[in-house]
Ligand binder design. Structure first.
Ligand code: ATP
Length: 211
């Protein structure tokens, strides 16, 4: 039987409640067998000093522990050097030829999707599922043209084909960003309502994101 797999790429620096709520919403709403959070490698100049890929992955593990349908996808961390989404999806397709892939992004990412390496090929490997995010709309950037060409009216229409369609989701909007949370942590603010308690505990014990 075909497995339906959501892939949610990101820096997860750190993973926050907006990521987890979005991943859970997409998994349930689109009836996916699983959603994998896939932390990317960061080149040294983009990495937060003192926070490794392994630590970002450890935080993802802690945040998903209560949700069996959410998984960690280590593919990009296990390769050397930063990887492009298109290459990761190609590899996943090769590894799991009988699965259907759904790449999950926030609206912010859809607005500049055409600047991603070989974005047309991304659509040959996967569908795109787009979560609403405060501050970004489907009227901005690359979104209108992409939706005109590839937009699916609903989930049933998207599922008629293997890949290449874009679906906008009506997820509850959560006004959180990892950069905002890093700033709050640096200022010594609690962040107990924006981070999973186990993630917060890990951040404190490893002394991450300190000023
Ligand atoms: P930063 O503030 O550092 O840019 P971020 O919060 O956007 O970080 P990322 O790890 O870069 O987190 O995001 C991974 C993916 O999650 C992206 O596709 C992004 O659009 C999406 N995303 C992040 N936060 C939210 C949110 N609150 N609601 C919906 N999608 C989100």
């Amino acid at each position: 039987m075909t497995k339906h797999i959501g892939i949610f790429g990101g820096t997860f620096n750190p993973v926050h409640n907006g990521h987890i709520a979005s991943a859970r919403f997409v998994q349930q709403h689109c009836a996916l067998d699983e959603v994998r959070l896939m932390p990317c490698q960061l080149p040294p100049h983009r990495a937060t000093p003192g926070v490794s890929g392994e630590q970002r992955a450890a935080m993802v593990q802690l945040a998903i522990a209560a949700y069996p349908q959410l998984k960690l996808e280590r593919l990009e961390l296990d390769k050397t050097g930063p990887s492009y989404t298109v290459d990761s999806l190609r590899l996943l397709r090769e590894r799991e030829p009988h699965s259907r892939l759904y790449f999950i992004i926030g609206m912010d990412s859809l607005c500049y999707f055409c600047s991603w390496k070989d974005w047309q090929s991304i659509l040959q490997y996967a569908h795109l599922l787009v979560c609403q995010r405060p501050g970004y709309s489907a009227e901005q950037g690359d979104a209108p043209a992409l939706l005109q060409h590839y937009g699916a009216a609903n989930l049933a229409a998207l599922q008629q084909v293997n890949c290449g369609r874009i679906l906008l989701l009506n997820n509850p909007v959560i006004n959180l960003s990892a950069s905002g949370i890093r700033q709050q942590l640096q200022q010594g603010l609690a962040c107990s309502d924006t981070l999973d308690p186990a993630v917060l505990n890990y951040i404190q014990s490893q002394q991450l994101y300190q000023a």
